[in-house]
Design a protein. Structure first.
Length: 254
């Protein structure tokens, strides 16, 4: 009897799976356009109302309020709406169950999907940034390092929330419905439908602790060069931890 040695997937397997995930994302027309097109539409619609008034350090209201909101939208649509629908489809079609009996752990799909999502987020943010610079003379953040750190934490928190959606969604269609509901709920408390000053005080307080509002406000602070509020960082970190724990408890591979 010949012994068969089982090896864990190497870099080539990871690269192959990532390429497959990128192809799936590219073929999903709605999932590809919405995280890029919707934020750019919001950017254009809010550019005139934001005005060119200088807030501080040469940064305008457009720089400080519109750009952080748009970047947060790119992250939220990808992490809360797109990613869960792919995982729900893989689970419904049995892909995750089949991977579970091979050396390629289903966790590889999570890693590949996360990597594909990060690339999609990078494309969405780059497209919005180029449009903002060419059409509206946008300025970079005063604290670039802080902005990148906040953006990374926001991505992690949104993906954790997205994992909850994936864990609770029995079908791909339901994951889109749940994801959109969560996205609009977080966006409404985070100022997506108007300035945070126009919201009731209780909603504003809640919003600064939830991932959308916390990420947007922290990015605004980094853009203007102001200290980032502890509540924003705690809110993002709490969203990451809470989402990861809940997803780990409820997520099923089949």
């Amino acid at each position: 009897m010949t012994d068969i040695t089982v090896h864990r997937p190497g870099p080539r397997a990871w690269a192959g799976l990532l390429i497959c995930e990128l192809k799936m994302v590219a073929r999903d027309t709605a999932g590809l356009i919405v995280p890029i097109g919707l934020p750019m539409l919001i950017l254009v619609m809010n550019a005139s109302s934001a005005g060119r008034e200088t807030i501080a350090h040469g940064r305008t209201a457009f720089d400080v309020y519109v750009l952080p909101l748009v970047f947060t939208m790119v992250v939220a649509t990808t992490g809360i709406v797109n990613m869960p629908s792919f995982l729900a489809y893989y689970r419904r079609s049995g892909i995750l169950r089949r991977l579970g009996v091979t050396p390629a752990s289903p966790a590889l799909v999570l890693v590949a999907q996360a990597a594909a999502g990060v690339l999609q987020i990078a494309v969405g943010i780059a497209a919005a940034w180029i449009l903002a610079m060419l059409a509206f003379d946008a300025n970079p953040p005063v604290r670039v390092g802080a902005a990148l750190g906040v953006l990374a934490l926001t991505v992690a928190a949104m993906y954790a929330v997205g994992l909850i959606v994936a864990a609770l969604s029995p079908t791909p269609n339901s994951s889109v419905a749940i994801g959109l509901s969560v996205f609009f709920a977080l966006g409404a408390t985070g100022g997506m439908f108007g300035g945070r000053d126009s919201l009731p005080e209780v909603i504003t307080t809640i919003g600064q602790w939830l991932p959308f509002g916390a990420g947007s406000q922290a990015l605004s602070a980094a853009w203007i060069g102001a200290p980032i509020e502890a509540s924003n960082l705690i809110g993002l970190a709490a969203g990451l931890v809470f989402g990861s724990v809940v997803a780990a408890v409820f997520f099923r591979w089949d």
